[in-house]
Design a protein around this ligand. Structure first.
Ligand code: URA
Length: 432
């Protein structure tokens, strides 16, 4: 019989700034998962961790205990190395869509086990479900076969991976304890280590549309996750990337798929291309493919070929028309000026209110809903120029979306020079 502990003792110790031992953390996670430790006790513990932090050894133990709560995938039978990417979430962040086929076109396997959107950030699976027939649920056998044949999958992470994290994450969401670095890092890395990828690049966002507002907190989160992955034998690095403004020119689902197809065809907005290329290089380097000319595979169609095979393998028709919105509303500039800021959080909220996101996990999303941006920070506009087009199935949604956008964009006098934050502001590697 493994040693038993008293949850109240452990909560008190963390409340007073003390450390938990490895057997204590193992016990807490196992007994929370089986329901013996109650939600109210775990909520108190999460708050104590948020306020007092954890040492590197404790975060490592927490991550390992959450991995041990479920199954682990094993890709060692594949004939090629595996490499994956995880983003901490942003507005207009469709990068996985062009990135997976681009990286897979170099002969490495990309097992992208993804989630759905909740709140103001979109979910990769929701976006892909805009494609007629495409299905997110794959069995483990189907994942292995597709990785071997096509080179990449994007599918729902099975319920068996890190179930302790699922329970704890839902609790943190309703107890104001999401923003604790030890909890975010162990949550993300437990799923990624259980997934079994050999290499992993973390896209850690900073700015208004991310949950780590400032870059120093994002760097700390990145450092913590890179250390966790390295300790677990994964080749891992992180890029710190800006999320002050939405990425690209689309926020939603079907419109983000359309923009991803532009990137795969060798075009698309400069920031989406830049980030896709930077992450692809990083993923390939970690998987042992050095100095790959990734832009050539966008221009040359190799990435698009993988995309088409991936969509077909998961039941979709790559040539089918994407859903179009029933109602659209144009918003135009009221005066001449230079756009200095488009607040990512507010735009994400507006797209969500148009129906592109969900408020509860069981709600459906409206695939045609969202926002198309006609301008980016730094652009000059003249009075009457188109700024944004809002899309919804029901025109009654426009008022609440416009409320979210009120004050979300800032303008300066015509001719003002605008200094934009760097899209890729830093890198954290295992040896830094
Ligand atoms: N994403 C996760 O999976 N976990 C967190 O804690 C935060 C973001």
């Amino acid at each position: 019989m493994p040693q038993e502990f008293d949850a109240v003792d452990l909560i008190r110790r963390k409340r007073d700034g003390g450390e938990l031992t490895t057997p204590e953390i193992d016990w807490l996670v196992a007994r929370y998962t089986d329901g013996y430790v109650g939600d109210e006790q775990m909520a108190a513990m999460a708050m104590a961790i948020l306020l007092n932090g954890m040492r590197r050894r404790e975060i490592h133990d927490l991550t390992q205990a959450m991995i041990a709560s479920g199954e682990r995938m094993d890709f060692s039978a594949l004939s090629k190395p595996t490499t994956d990417k995880h983003s901490t979430g942003g507005v207009g962040d469709k990068i996985t869509l062009p990135l997976m086929p681009l990286v897979a076109s170099f002969g490495v396997a990309v097992p992208q086990l993804s989630g759905r959107g909740l709140g103001h950030t979109g979910g990769t699976l929701d976006k892909l479900e805009s494609i007629v027939g495409w299905r997110a649920e794959l069995s483990n056998d189907e994942i292995m076969r597709q990785l071997e044949d096509v080179g990449g999958v994007i599918c729902a992470a099975g319920a068996g991976l890190a179930p302790a994290d699922k329970k704890l994450y839902a609790l943190r969401d309703i107890t104001g304890t999401v923003e604790a670095i030890p909890l975010i890092a162990s949550s993300i890395m437990s799923k990624k280590i259980a997934e079994g990828t050999g290499a992993l690049v973390l896209d850690v966002k900073y700015g208004s549309g991310s949950f780590m507002g400032d870059i120093e907190r994002s760097r700390e989160l990145a450092r913590t996750m890179v250390d966790l992955g390295t300790d677990a034998g994964v080749n891992v690095s992180a890029l710190l990337t800006a999320m002050d403004s939405p990425l690209g020119l689309t926020i939603g689902n079907a419109n983000e798929v359309r923009e991803s197809l532009e990137v795969l065809a060798g075009g698309g907005p400069a920031d989406v291309v830049q980030l896709t290329v930077a992450l692809a290089r990083e993923m390939l380097e970690l998987a042992g493919v050095h100095d790959a000319d990734v832009e050539a595979h966008l221009r040359g169609g190799q990435a698009m070929d993988v995309w088409r095979r991936f969509v077909e393998a998961q039941g979709g028709d790559p040539d089918a028309a994407l859903p179009t919105p029933r109602e659209s509303l144009e918003v135009r500039a009221e005066a001449d000026g230079v756009l200095t800021r488009q607040d990512a959080y507010r735009f994400g909220l507006a797209a969500w209110r148009l129906g592109a996101g969900r408020a509860r996990a069981q709600d459906p999303v409206v695939h045609s809903a969202g926002i198309d941006l006609a301008v980016k920070p730094g652009d000059e506009v003249r009075r009457g120029d188109l700024l944004w087009t809002l899309h919804a199935e029901d025109a009654a949604r426009f008022d609440r979306a416009l409320e979210a956008l009120d004050g979300a964009a800032e303008f300066a006098a015509p001719g003002t020079a605008v200094e934009l934050p760097p899209l890729v502001a830093g890198r954290v590697g295992a040896d830094d």
